[in-house]
Design a binder for this molecule. Structure first.
Ligand SMILES: [Fe+2]
Length: 341
């Protein structure tokens, strides 16, 4: 069984890297394994940004989930994703077995071998991270996701014109806040997402602790990026946040992201389990939606449809579970403007 790892235990992964080349029989391909292993063993580099993102296609839909596991409910959630989304963002904690081949097989079976996937490292992925990262590196090459950097730890990925700044903050790696800040500085993407695994205690409604600095949240807020995380096995979504460290929020029906405001959500119902809320945390006034075992939650994902009905600055998001419940639905408007000249 695995336990949560303390912050930045990069040495765990480095030790695995030293074992040498992996003997992997991956249907996602193994050409990139050496490249990824080399990247993992070095100090994460803050590399150049991907190219200027293309325009987002109409109704381009992204599914966000974390904490998957390997059972039937894991597969049922993925079937929802296959039917509704063009990209899956896995918010850490993959199969809980340190078994990259099994995780990959589940994804490949339910989504197809070339379904676009972006993922961030979770605490249950650290021991086999070199192998997981190699799979992701190879898969991004094949599925049309463009990524630069230390995949799943300090990287920037572009798909469907949306910029995803992925981070191991609180879980693995170094220099996360700088990576977030530099990745979001002067970006051209209308739609931006920060993705990491562990939410702060007040940014979830269960039993999780403070392993991520507020600075990470406020850096993404200032950069106009939606904040996606997992780790707690429930769903919760804030109102519009004006400051995270100051817990300043605005209970508006439409979330206007950019101009110093954004929102954060936890989507940790990928199939592993469904947990109860801590009532005092769930009652915090910045929550616009809470969906836990207390509300009868089932596994599911948050789906965000960007460029909704051809309005490039509009997105419609909803959480949907495997029983067909939709406990949250909301509209987002982007106020991020590309650089001119
Ligand atoms: Fe976790």
């Amino acid at each position: 069984m695995r336990v949560d790892h303390p912050l930045n235990r990069r040495g765990v992964v480095a030790a695995k890297t030293e074992r040498g080349r992996l003997q992997h029989t991956s249907p996602w391909g193994r050409r990139a394994i050496c490249l990824a292993a080399a990247a993992s063993s070095a100090t994460p580099a803050l590399v150049a940004q991907p190219d200027i993102p293309p325009a987002t296609p109409p109704d381009y839909t992204v599914a966000f989930l974390g904490d998957q596991g390997w059972g039937l409910e894991t597969r049922l959630v993925l079937r929802l994703v296959a039917a509704r989304a063009q990209l899956l963002v896995v918010l850490g904690d993959f199969d809980y077995l340190d078994d990259p081949a099994r995780w990959e097989a589940i994804l490949s079976t339910e989504l197809g071998p070339e379904f676009p996937v972006i993922a961030v490292v979770g605490n249950h992925d650290v021991l086999a991270w070199t192998e997981y990262q190699a799979l992701l590196e190879a898969h991004t090459l094949r599925s049309g996701v463009r990524c630069r950097g230390d995949i799943g730890v300090n990287a920037v990925c572009i798909h469907g014109g949306v910029q995803f700044v992925t981070s191991g903050v609180g879980t693995l790696g170094f220099d996360h806040v700088r990576h977030l800040r530099e990745s979001l500085a002067g970006r051209d993407a209308i739609w931006r997402v920060c993705a990491w695994h562990k939410p702060r205690r007040l940014m979830q409604v269960g039993g999780k602790l403070n392993e991520v600095p507020w600075e990470a949240y406020d850096t993404c807020r200032r950069g106009g990026a939606i904040i996606a995380s997992g780790h707690e096995h429930s769903y919760s979504r804030t109102y519009l946040m004006r400051s995270f460290v100051g817990l300043e929020f605005e209970a508006t029906p439409v979330l206007r992201v950019g101009s110093g405001a954004n929102f954060a959500f936890v989507s940790g119902l990928g199939g592993r389990s469904v947990r109860h809320q801590v009532d005092a945390l769930a009652a915090n006034p910045w929550w616009a939606a809470v969906y836990t075992a207390d509300q009868g939650a089932r596994p599911g994902a948050l789906f965000c449809r960007f460029n909704a009905a051809g309005e490039q600055r509009r997105a419609i998001c909803h959480f949907r579970d495997i029983a067909g419940n939709e406990p949250d639905r909301f509209e987002v408007i982007s106020e991020n403007y590309p650089r001119s000249g």
